[in-house]
Design a protein around this ligand. Structure first.
Ligand code: FES
Length: 150
């Protein structure tokens, strides 16, 4: 990966870790779930307010590493206002970006700040840090109360 792009991605992660967007308990909400990473013991809770199939608001709480927090923060900004298929497509795209064995086929330049998570692929043990928020979002939307990254 381009070194300047790497630096930019790192800055984005650090910025979201330092000043997480949409952190705190959401009320009212229609969905919530707690996600757990058994490798480190970190937990995140994702709160969603979904109206007429559209994500009206999404927030998170929890303590985790910089990557898990930044991923949750970036996620809240990237899914607000999405509905139905667009939301499913976004979740699938991010999961592919993070976990595909081959280099991702998604275009990082079209993904905005989500592309910053791409750097995590170089550190396989940290991929679960980045996917924690997304697994937890899926659990919340499926009305599961808890989910583990294992
Ligand atoms: Fe626990 Fe990253 S070290 S989620």
């Amino acid at each position: 990966m381009d070194e300047n792009l790497d630096d930019l991605y790192q800055e984005i992660i650090l910025s979201h870790n330092k000043r997480p967007r949409n952190e705190g308990e959401l009320d009212p909400r229609t969905h919530d779930a707690e996600g757990y990473n058994p490798l480190c013991g970190d937990r995140l809770t994702i709160f969603v307010n979904k109206q007429d199939d559209t994500i009206e608001a999404v927030q998170f709480t929890g303590e985790g590493c910089a990557i898990s927090k930044a991923s949750a923060s970036i996620m809240t900004e990237s899914i607000k206002g999405l509905n139905g298929e667009a939301l499913e497509a976004k979740i699938a795209e991010v999961m592919e970006l993070l976990t595909a064995k081959e280099e991702p086929t998604v275009d990082p330049f079209e993904m905005g700040e989500l592309a910053a998570l791409i750097g995590v692929r170089k550190f396989p043990p940290r991929v679960k840090c980045a996917t924690l928020a997304w697994h937890t979002l899926q659990a919340a939307l499926n009305n599961d109360e808890k989910v583990s990254t294992e």
